[in-house]
Design a protein around this ligand. Structure first.
Ligand SMILES: Cc1ncc(COP(=O)(O)O)c(C=O)c1O
Length: 438
């Protein structure tokens, strides 16, 4: 081992103490813990790219509204499970203003983060058809969704979309749908971890097939509006956030407040169910629930026993932020554009020093700069590369844990790196390249 920016003796010792078999295969939280201990022992500050947490302060509009709601005493009262009326109305306005879709307030629900929205949807959707038992993930994806399926003992299948972009997506999806066992599909857009965004053509293919095979599409918009190649920030004006909702009425949208509104700590997200799905009867639901109406079941059958609704005060915070976005006084996209600026700089540095971007295109167009990007270095698997880069004071996660078949890849998150660390990043990448160049 060469003389590395973090003393190799310390790294080796801490990896051994961590008990991890392969650092590169560790979960996000395990890597975080390992890097915390190495930083402490070595005194070297890492370039932290492993965790997808917002790196910005929360919106003052949200905090003020939440404090005011708490002062008024909402903490003492159970919130309605379906959400407070002000919030439901603002969510409905928000999807109209920023997606140009019509959903009535009753079909707009607050959840304890998008995380709960996913959990509740997986649980409910797995029971709508007694003869269909499988979710299809269009991967790469958010590892926790896989974990949620595992703890619920639900079946899922997945494929890496890398080789099935554009028209090729149709045949690939049909190869699953035509077997008749898929009840729903999940993907994130923009995608965590790869930051690819489906094109309108791809969303249309997904929507058309959802109609043809009667499959519910779960579109996870955790990074709403953050494809910065287009300006989705103007309420009521095109361009609008692209969505499968333009092509099918068979959808559930998860809109997180964690990244777009930097409100991760309060655990509040939005579940938007199309009115058609919300009001649809599924007789097979009666096996588990007292009602066969999808929306009613989601609220009183699933969300009720999970958490009896979402934090009362956080609902006022989100309602206030959405109201400000809806009336044009708060440009929530502008507030997070810094992630895109950092990604552009970082990608340039990685490319300059011998690295490659793994998921690099949306059909013909280069991917956007945003919250994540993926990289590789010739001759290494992602798992090996991740561990090697720890010695250079750079931490991230391997794509192996995201359902990706690009085993050479690593995911970098741009949120925590500071502009004043870019020089250190370049220095470390340069040293890595010099030490490993073929
Ligand atoms: C794709 C995706 N979905 C869902 C979530 C969870 O969002 P929330 O914080 O609203 O639970 C995340 C968070 O990182 C994510 O990346």
């Amino acid at each position: 081992m060469k003389n590395t920016p973090v003393p190799s003796q310390i790294v080796k010792e801490k990896i051994k103490e961590s008990g991890l078999n392969a650092v590169g295969n560790a979960s996000i939280r395990e890597i975080k813990k390992l890097v915390d201990t190495i930083e402490q022992a070595s005194g070297v500050e890492f370039i932290r790219m492993e965790m997808g947490i917002p790196g910005l302060p929360p919106s003052k509009i949200g905090v003020d509204a939440q404090v005011e709601a708490l002062r008024k005493g909402v903490a003492a009262k159970y919130p309605d499970i379906q959400g407070i009326p002000e919030l439901k109305q603002e969510i409905s306005n928000f999807v109209k203003n920023f997606m140009n879709i019509n959903v009535s307030p009753s079909s707009c629900l607050p959840t304890v983060g998008s995380m709960q929205g996913g959990f509740a949807s997986f649980l409910t959707l797995s029971r709508i058809h007694k003869d269909r038992d499988t979710t299809l993930f269009i991967d790469p994806g958010f590892p926790v969704h896989m974990q949620q399926h595992k703890v619920l003992d639900l079946k899922f299948e997945s494929f890496d979309v890398y080789d099935f972009r554009g028209e090729k997506l149709r045949e690939k999806l049909e190869s699953y749908f035509s077997k008749g066992h898929i009840h729903s599909v999940l993907y994130s857009n923009p995608n965590n971890p790869s930051w690819i965004c489906f094109t309108e053509k791809e969303l249309q293919i997904i929507g058309e097939l959802a109609n043809k095979y009667d499959i519910v599409i779960m579109e996870d918009l955790a990074y709403f509006g953050m494809d910065f190649r287009k300006d989705f920030s103007q309420a009521g004006k095109p361009p609008y956030q692209h969505s499968v909702a333009n092509f099918t009425n068979n959808y559930i949208l998860f809109i997180s407040s964690s990244k777009a509104f930097s409100y991760a700590g309060e655990r509040i997200g939005m579940m938007v169910i199309s009115d058609a799905l919300f009001n649809r009867h599924f007789p097979d639901l009666k096996r588990y629930y007292s009602n066969d109406l999808f929306g009613h079941t989601m609220v009183f059958g699933t969300l009720y026993p999970l958490s009896s609704g979402t934090s009362h005060s956080a609902q006022f915070a989100l309602a206030a932020m959405l109201k400000a976005a809806n009336n044009g006084s708060f440009n929530f996209v502008e507030a997070v554009k810094i992630y895109g600026k950092k990604a552009a700089l970082m990608k340039k540095l990685f490319l300059k020093h011998g690295f490659k971007i793994v998921y690099d295109k949306d059909e013909e167009e280069p991917i956007a700069d945003g919250f994540y990007f993926t990289y590789s270095y010739p001759g290494f698997s992602g798992v090996e590369l991740l561990e090697k880069m720890i010695y250079y004071g750079i931490s991230a996660i391997s794509l192996d844990i995201t359902g990706s078949e690009r085993h050479e890849g690593i995911r970098a998150c741009t949120s925590l790196i500071r502009m004043d660390q870019m020089e250190a990043l370049e220095e470390r990448l340069k040293r890595f390249d010099a030490d490993h160049k073929a």
